[in-house]
Design a protein. Structure first.
Length: 526
């Protein structure tokens, strides 16, 4: 067949050939995203991020711009690209990365997002800014693992093409850090926040007071931290957050669409307070500071007026620093508080929390009291009686079963850190359960979501924290986010194994469980 081109046509063909860069075929369906997205369609090509790529913010929306900046900052160290973040009108956006809010996508909810990727552009849409932030975490996981490095890495920076539509199953997905048994400074807490944000968690519960230490400055009761915060388990130097530092943590979390829930544990777990102020003790005698790991030996004097003045002051100051809707009042293991006194105490404290405009959360032990329907009970014990009792009072449950979701529990008998009072939690056991089938009588409509606590009796450094948290946290994140259809450890462990290089580029000290098929990133030469 003879094809005759006129000179002009030939020129056009040549121009097209030269202007089209080849796009590496890539399969979005083979990416190892955790938590697993709801819907995903692969289109077999790829988008390449270069130093010319721009991040566009639709209508230059002030709420979106910080998320654009966050993405630009995230990819800068490894790529070396100084990506510009600019406003754009929707109709004018042609290529690059665009973040936008869509009025009509109400069904995406608070945190859902839609991502569409082709050879020229990545478009991320959500109904709310939090959804964009969660979607950015997906974009992040679609880049090669070395995007996580804080040192310059070689490209290419390609992302598989296709579409993702995603939204969480549960609106409450969190982790808890005990900063009492061992204290962790602001930088450690920020690292913890960054790590949980990567897997789309939205709650950081800070266990701020316990027998071994009071870690939040209360200006009206200064000795709580001056004395009560001075030590920790093992007798080493403790520490505390000034109110300014606490606000800095809250803001850092807020910028990542994470709500901080502060916990003031009471009436038990209060030795640090009882050692700081004699009048909080029933016998008016100040207690010694405690650096051991026993539980259940301390109690506030539940029948003294000063106790409730103290609690009111603490909750008032904490409320002023905490934009989130919840105050956690602990309530666990008050073994030396008389049962009747405990009930009266919980009811009074609930009123105080509500009077300051917050919702009360407590460990499920609080179900002994008369709970308001807007309070939340956190299930943790091996027996579900307390949680079932809370459900009977129409109170919703946060699922934190100690036998499955406690990150301080050892992986196995050889684990160098952690406790084993609730058994052992290998990585498969941490993943292989669902919130709604965990306790008979507690079903989906009774549950707000999941929280994985990290108690720190044996955990001293951020490296220790990471070892206990990784890789179990990813399983908890997926249990809370992804719907349960087709959930299987065999499928999940492959995705998890592919996080190895990512963990390593992030500098995470993780537990290399023998149950996980760990895979190194394959670097394809261009
Ligand atoms: C039980 S869980 C506790 C904590 C301990 C933890 C250790 C809960 C509400 N109370 O005081 O640190 O076990 O795993």
């Amino acid at each position: 067949m003879k094809t005759i081109f006129k000179a002009g046509q030939l020129l056009i063909v040549v121009m097209i050939l030269f202007s089209c860069k080849s796009h590496t075929p890539k399969d979005l369906a083979k990416e190892n995203i955790i938590p697993k997205p709801t819907k995903l369609v692969a289109t077999g090509s790829s988008f390449e991020l270069t130093d010319k790529t721009t991040i566009y913010v639709e209508d230059d929306d002030m709420l979106i711009r910080p998320i654009g900046n966050y993405l630009a900052d995230l990819i800068k160290p490894a790529t070396g690209f100084k990506i510009e973040v600019k406003g754009v009108k929707q109709s004018e956006f042609k290529k690059g990365i665009c973040l936008g809010l869509t009025e009509n996508n109400v069904d995406l909810g608070e945190e859902g997002y839609k991502l569409s990727i082709d050879e020229n552009k990545i478009v991320l849409k959500a109904y709310q800014p939090a959804g964009l932030f969660r979607g950015v975490q997906t974009i992040r996981q679609l880049f090669p693992a070395r995007i996580e490095s804080n040192k310059l890495q070689d490209g290419p920076w390609e992302i598989a093409s296709g579409t993702i539509e995603d939204a969480p199953q549960y609106g409450f997905r969190g982790a808890m850090l005990d900063v009492c048994r061992h204290f962790f400074g602001v930088e450690d807490v920020k690292r913890f926040i960054d790590l949980i944000a990567t897997y789309k968690m939205n709650i950081l519960h800070l266990h701020l007071t316990d027998d071994q230490g009071w870690r939040i400055e209360i200006k009206s009761w200064p000795n709580l931290t001056a004395h009560g915060g001075s030590t920790q388990v093992g007798g080493g130097e403790g520490g505390f957050y000034t109110q300014e530092q606490y606000v800095e943590i809250v803001k850092y979390a807020q910028d990542r669409f994470i709500t901080v829930i502060p916990e003031i544990d009471m009436p038990g777990h209060t030795n640090a307070a009882l050692a700081s102020y004699a009048e909080l003790n029933a016998d008016n005698k100040v207690r010694e500071l405690y650096t051991g790991t026993d539980v259940g030996f301390s109690t506030l004097a539940t029948d003294k007026a000063i106790t409730y003045k103290f609690i009111d002051d603490v909750i008032r100051e904490l409320t002023a620093l905490t934009p989130g809707p919840y105050i956690h009042i602990g309530g666990d293991e008050s073994h030396v508080t008389a049962k009747d006194d405990y009930v009266v105490f919980i009811n009074k404290v609930q009123d105080i929390v509500n009077a300051h405009g917050k919702q009360m959360i407590g460990w499920a032990d609080i179900a002994a009291g008369s709970l308001k329907e807007n309070s939340l009970a956190q299930f943790w014990q091996t027996k579900p009686d307390n949680a079932l009792n809370a459900v009977k009072q129409n109170v919703k449950i946060i699922m934190s079963p100690a036998a499955k979701a406690y990150m301080d529990i050892q992986y196995d008998t050889l684990c160098p850190l952690g406790l084993h009072w609730s058994g052992y939690i290998e990585v498969d056991k941490a993943y292989n359960w669902t919130l709604e089938s965990n306790v008979k009588g507690i079903s989906k409509e009774n549950i707000v979501g999941i929280e994985a606590p990290l108690w720190t009796e044996t955990i001293e450094t951020i490296d220790d924290v990471e070892f206990m948290v990784f890789p179990r946290l990813l399983g908890y994140a997926e249990i809370g986010w992804s719907s349960n259809t087709n959930k299987s450890w065999d499928e999940y462990k492959v995705r998890l194994g592919n996080q190895k290089s990512r963990f390593e580029f992030m500098g995470i000290n993780y537990y290399k469980s023998a149950l996980v098929p760990w895979v190194d990133e394959v670097i394809i030469e261009k």
